[in-house]
Design a protein around this ligand. Structure first.
Ligand SMILES: [Zn+2]
Length: 158
């Protein structure tokens, strides 16, 4: 079931067509030109919102939910996200479908961005690389220790 995302495709925008509309299903955003990305990855590309009179026309399968949230926090998130507030919160709720999502807060997210990591896929790739490098490092340390012991033995043998 596809619904309007009320955003323009950022990939089409980068290709020179800024007004190709994005649709969404439970997993991906996609456009008529064949671009298709998971929600978080598409949102990471900062899609432009479609400005409409009724900004958030719910899809036929959408329900309105109530969430208790601190008044000040609510205001700050609206200020921070502007027109992306609704699609961002809706995507966060969808992220919870598979169980416990990994939530990265503003400070951590900013530090990750400084390192060039913009989404979960890149985080996972970095973590896997770290595991590989750690095991390579252990192998190298073991080799150095082995050589040190050989030198020690050789020196003691003199
Ligand atoms: Zn597109």
């Amino acid at each position: 079931m596809a619904d309007r995302a009320f955003m323009y495709c950022p990939l089409c925008r980068d290709g020179g067509s800024p007004t190709i509309e994005l649709m969404r299903d439970n997993v991906d955003f996609f456009c008529l030109m064949g671009h298709k990305l998971p929600h978080a990855r598409m949102l990471a590309l900062n899609p432009d919102m479609i400005k409409t009179e009724i900004r958030f026309k719910p899809g036929p399968n959408d329900v309105k939910v109530e969430v208790w949230v601190n008044r000040e926090v609510y205001g700050k998130t609206q200020d921070a996200l502007g027109e992306r507030w609704h699609p961002t919160i809706a995507s966060l709720i969808r992220c919870c479908m598979a169980g416990e999502p990994v939530i990265i807060d503003g400070q951590q997210a900013a530090e990750l961005r400084k390192l060039g990591i913009r989404n979960g896929q890149e985080m996972l790739a970095t973590a896997k690389l770290n595991v590989d490098l750690s095991s390579q490092n252990e192998d190298l340390v073991a080799k150095v220790n082995e050589w040190e012991n050989r030198f020690k033995d050789a020196l003691q043998g003199v």
